[in-house]
Design a protein around this ligand. Structure first.
Ligand SMILES: Cc1cc2nc3c(=O)[nH]c(=O)nc-3n(C[C@H](O)[C@H](O)[C@H](O)COP(=O)(O)OP(=O)(O)OC[C@H]3O[C@@H](n4cnc5c(N)ncnc54)[C@H](O)[C@@H]3O)c2cc1C
Length: 666
């Protein structure tokens, strides 16, 4: 990798020239790097904020799921059927669904080859189970830490291949140019946060291509189960003019807050007791009891929450499992209380009944019986079903056998993100968003399909680059002829911030405002009037933020640029939500759209919780909402969903294209 020094606006910048810059070190980025390398492209660099940070390395659940095509046992499956199941999630393009399904086996077995210990039987069957929105037991798992194991296997391969890494380096801007009138990325501007003086902290990357695996927009939410080390950077691509899609669609569910962890699976199947208190811990109340008629209905809903983890407005009525999320949210956000799960005691009966396993409904009873978990209290049931799930909390200083666990309804995943084609290339060409920052999913997605999408998409991006965009980067002087003004604008901002006095307090005030706004306006409850008001406030913040920030050293300079990115990101997300609501979009995915003429899912709920369920019978509901920034203005359009294509599968034809090295065309 070549590098040289560039002097601009009083700053001294190191400029690296590569074929492909890979941003981030999550599972998607690392897989892209390995795939590029194995496809023969060696002139690459991974630039990452911190090796070991991000969601892949640090998130999980009781049994973290990887969704793959089922090629085990007696049950038939096919790429077409898997694509149809992905496509059924609504607002997902069929050609993307097909690409994710076709790439599934290769990507899964690649992880197996690299050493991820997915379970198999003695005949080599990769066993699986059904996850949410999955009719075919396509889910598999290497345990609570599946994605961490993926990170470790891919990271070891990156190291083995000696792929160049710039660690502790945050990309703060994508640089763009034009080729034959078409917008493209030409490189990036980053900050080396280990540099000692700001004037020497900036880094330039002159690149033909950028693979961007920066993960979900974790940093813009207050109530979040993303690991604290994940922030997200989709805003740098939005600022550069890339389109995003389905930004309205995120997943929310119940998670612990002291140590962020997803409370799905056995954490709910053990049937813990839910209670709330005042802020100071007084006035303990089993608030769910007011909304369930008897212990059988209550414990069934808690049990179901295990595999119906994301909040879903279609699962609230008739004492459904998502009524629990709604009531938890109501306690915390509307009533200002705190909510806990207690594994030391059984739930008490809404009608005064004493808990007994014999009072459970058949589904829960059979499950616990088969798991040898028909024990006296939730803690014993959890230990019987999943001891590592208990140990995991112990490891983080929380003994579920002794203390209650504080919870909230938290954001977990963004189904939407940057728009890409079947090679994961953005409409800002030569930019390839991969992993969670690519919004390939629809309104619903099967559990585990995020990890599959990250692996198949990053492989496809790397393959395409190796076939089509393998040329060397231009000379630095040519690169600067495209990018100089864009770089100087950012350096001028840095210069200004470094000469101002106020600091940390302003940054944290802005950040808290952004996070509160997102969790209370763009979480599980959405309302048109409030969204409109909050969009205006977000827009105002956007206008003044450059004037209000400051920095005193390299670290605070990087934080100021990140805050600016978060501000832009939350503004664009809110604009997308506002558009959906004002166009008549109704409750779906993982959120309720409050509507006075809607139905109340429970008679004891206040009138303000009325909503209607999305029917996909109006364009804004059955088309994909795309959003982009152009000259500082938000442009929103709707795109009809592309059907699943019929593939060319005639061997001789496909083989010929391969022999001609035209595989990306067939
Ligand atoms: C609690 C929880 C449970 C989950 N369970 C499942 C599950 O069971 N199955 C499933 O399929 N999915 C699950 N997911 C989702 C899945 O884990 C993520 O979508 C996936 O790991 C994202 O991988 P990624 O490579 O896209 O991004 P990440 O792993 O988040 O990596 C992003 C990387 O980019 C870096 N970065 C960001 N911005 C910059 C920048 N500007 N400059 C340099 N570097 C930057 C970060 O530091 C990090 O290295 C879960 C998520 C959570 C939070």
């Amino acid at each position: 990798m070549e590098s040289e020094t560039v002097h601009l606006h009083g700053f001294v910048l190191r400029c690296y020239s590569v074929n492909t810059l890979i941003i981030g070190s999550g599972a998607a980025s690392l897989n892209a790097a390995v795939a590029l390398h194995s496809n023969g492209q060696r002139n690459i660099v991974i630039v990452t904020e911190r090796w070991g940070a991000g969601t892949t390395r640090n998130a999980g659940s009781d049994k973290q799921t990887y969704y793959k095509l089922s090629f085990t046992g007696d049950e038939p499956d096919s790429a077409r059927e898997m694509a149809e199941d992905l496509f059924r999630g609504k607002c997902m393009h069929g050609d993307i669904a097909l690409s994710e399904a076709q790439g599934s086996v290769y990507s899964f077995l690649n992880l197996v080859r690299l050493g991820v210990p997915f379970p198999q039987n003695r005949f080599g069957a990769w066993v699986g189970y059904k996850t949410d929105h999955d009719p075919r037991a396509r889910g598999t798992s290497a345990g609570p830490y599946t994605s961490k194991l993926m990170f470790e296997a891919l990271a070891a391969e990156v190291k083995k291949r000696k792929i160049k890494i710039l660690n502790n380096t945050i990309v703060i801007g994508l640089l763009t140019g034009k080729e034959k009138g078409i917008d493209k990325v030409v490189g990036a501007l980053a900050i080396d946060i280990k540099a000692t003086i700001p004037e020497k902290a900036f880094v330039l990357i002159n690149a033909v291509n950028i693979i961007m695996g920066t993960g979900g927009p974790a940093g813009i939410y207050r109530d979040s189960v993303y690991p604290p080390s994940q922030h997200g950077s989709i805003g740098i691509a939005l600022e550069a003019g890339a389109s995003a899609q389905n930004l309205t669609e995120s997943q929310f569910g119940i998670a612990s807050v002291k140590f962020r962890w997803n409370l799905s699976g056995s954490y709910q199947q053990a049937i813990p007791r839910y209670f709330s208190t005042e802020k100071d811990g007084t006035d303990e109340n089993e608030f769910l009891n007011d909304f369930f008629p008897n212990i059988k209905t209550l414990t069934h809903a808690i049990f179901l929450k295990g595999y119906q983890w994301p909040f879903d407005p279609a699962k609230i009525a008739d004492h459904g499992s998502s009524l629990i999320d709604l009531l938890v949210y109501r306690e915390i956000v509307t009533r200002g209380r705190r909510v806990f799960l207690d594994y030391t005691k059984n739930p008490s009966g809404p009608a005064g009944e004493k808990y007994s396993n014999k009072l459970l409904d058949k589904e829960a009873y059979n499950y616990l019986e088969k798991s040898d978990a028909l024990k006296d209290i939730p803690f014993e049931r959890l230990m019987a079903m999943n001891q590592p799930a208990v140990e995991l909390y112990l490891h983080h200083g929380i003994d579920l056998g002794k203390e209650p666990l504080e919870i909230s309804v938290c954001v977990q995943h963004n189904n939407g993100g940057l728009k890409g084609n079947i090679w994961w290339e953005s409409d800002l060409t030569h930019l390839f968003p991969v992993g969670e920052v690519n919004g390939s999913h629809g309104v619903y997605r099967p559990g585990g399909s995020a990890l599959n999408s990250g692996q198949t998409g990053s492989y496809r991006a790397a393959f395409y680059i190796a076939k089509k965009y393998s040329n060397d980067p231009p000379d630095v002087s040519k690169f600067l002829s495209f990018a100089r003004k864009q770089i100087e604008r950012k350096l001028a901002l840095a210069d200004k911030w470094l000469h101002l006095e106020w600091g940390k307090k302003t940054r944290s005030t802005f950040l808290n405002e952004i996070r509160l706004r997102m969790s209370e306006t763009a979480g599980i409850i959405r309302e048109y009037k409030k969204t409109t008001e909050e969009v205006s406030k977000a827009s105002e913040m956007m206008k003044r933020i450059d004037e209000k920030l400051s920095a005193s050293n390299v670290k605070s300079l990087a934080e100021a640029f990140r805050l600016r990115e978060h501000c832009l990101t939350h503004y664009v997300y809110l604009e997308a939500i506002k558009y959906y609501l004002e166009s008549g979009g109704r409750s779906r995915g993982s959120y309720i759209v409050i509507s006075p003429d809607g139905i109340k899912p429970h008679e004891k709920l206040e009138d303000k919780w009325r909503y209607n369920i999305c029917q996909y019978d109006i364009p804004v509901e059955n088309e994909i909402i795309e959003i982009k920034l152009s000259k500082g203005k938000v442009l929103i359009t709707q795109t009809p969903v592309r059907a699943i294509p019929v593939q060319e599968l005639w061997f001789e034809k496909v083989w010929k294209k391969n022999l001609e090295d035209k595989v990306i065309e067939c």
